[in-house]
Design a binder for this molecule. Sequence first.
Ligand code: GLP
Length: 262
Amino acid sequence: MIFAVFDGYDSMSQYACDHYVDFISSRELCVLGLATGSTPELFYEKLADSCKRGEVSFKDVETFNLDEYCGIDASNDQSYLSFMKRHLFDKVDIPKGAWHLPDGNASDPKAACHGYDEAIFDAGGIDLQLLGLGNNGHIGFNEPSDSFPVGTHIVDLDSSTIEANSRFFESMDDVPKRAITMGIGTIMCAQSIVVMATGRGKAGIVKRAFTGKVVPQVPASVLQLHRDVLVLLDKDAAAELVPALKGDARLFLYDDLSDTDF
Ligand code: GLP
């Protein structure tokens, strides 16, 4: 794992954007795993702007999103499909049919899960997977549990996740209680992974996930076992991790943070 720490959200998002522009441009075809949540919003905005300026093209890119809610219509403003259209798909030159999200409302959920894993496999697997980090350490919607789920599956969301996501809905009753998500196995099969986290509220879970024991109770901790993970953090999210990693060659401080007293 490589840890890159930035002064703020803007420079972290710009770094992520530059990384993706280089990554996409250096390949003829490319399969991206994408994430939702507030964290990648500015990154998507910068990526869409880069595309508008002609610095990167999505015409040979195929994408697979991590997850989708169950029980709300895809046309709902808060569905992850709507999120992705609003923040990326409608703003870049990605061909119709080249982006995929799991179907949270499939009449046969088992077949939908299996079909999603198959579609990823048929595309040649994910080259670069983007991840955010839930407050409880979830990745995608893989909630803390007693084992690491392998493939795409349906989950009952944790009460803490329902509460965290309630900020996007009018009332608690409107927040979906179930979701469909790629499994930990699917995520770990990606060639490379980029994780992003911002804000003081994530500092504790960032340290636990990346310096603690690898346990399914902290799903993101499994990323310690992957051979190519880049963790992008603003200084607030890194506040507890940096002291634990001081002197570690995997830690890179940007934006003149070298003199910052973490
Ligand atoms: C949701 C998504 C995750 C995301 C997480 C963190 O639960 N399913 O993929 O990483 O929220 O969201 P945020 O970036 O808003 O903190």
